[in-house]
Design a protein around this ligand. Sequence first.
Ligand code: ISJ
Length: 280
Amino acid sequence: MNFTTGAKASELLSLDHIRSQLIRLEDTIIFSLIERAQFARNAKIYEKGAFRDIIDFDGSWVEWFLLETEIFHAKARRFTSPDEFPFTPLERLPQPVIPVMTFPRLLYPPAASKVRVNDQILRFYCGEIVPGITSAADDGNYGSAATRDVEVLQALSRRIHFGMFVAESKFLSAPHDFIPHILSTPPNGDALAGLITKPEVEAKLLVRLGNKAKIYGGEFDADGKIIETSGMGKIDVQKIVDMYRDHVIPLTKVVEVEYLVHRLDDVPQSQIDAWMQSRH
Ligand SMILES: C=C(O[C@@H]1C=C(C(=O)O)C=C[C@H]1O)C(=O)O
């Protein structure tokens, strides 16, 4: 999200604006997956310790790429942006080498600081998505494949953690709907999930995603004439749709609910009372 346009927090937190950002992120994720699908699975790059003798690192080749990439990006202040959530623990990342920009405060920090699902993203992407979009071979392109993996992982992380902005937007639109379920003991996660779930939005997304993937994966001849529109020449389009249905959307909703569960942490009772009064 571009936070430096001078737009007001209320504009940045409008649900329509946030959803437009999610739609734009579909393009990034589809193209990044198409790029990864160019290379073989190269299963060795996901095995922890497989390159230990070469890189002196106990994790996988891809996890090493992720660490080194995020260390470099941290120097360029990437992770001071409100919608960036590194896979690498913050304490392992260096400080920016350029002055940090100021951003409008959109999320509620005591809630936002408690929601991180990058481990789940890494697990489903490496374990299920890569095998679904690559040939079960080893072409030796370990650097190229890992570079594309990092791009997909970072885009998926932004997309899924965007659920916090969605949750904040929905909360501020009707706090009285959410507060009783947040304050119940234990918090009523199912009720919160029911409030944030919009089946019609999800259904439209999956149709749009499939159509985009077919077009983006299409083939053109030397004269620019379209010769293939199934998208299957570059990637198994259905795997992209399945990824959103089975992982991206469900994990985004987990982020929304987890954020809401902590949305009243340290909030003064007077503010909660005022929100409850606002329902009239
Ligand atoms: C992101 C939203 O919240 C939920 C999650 C969605 C998703 O991950 O695509 C879509 C609709 C909702 O069920 C939203 O309402 O736009």
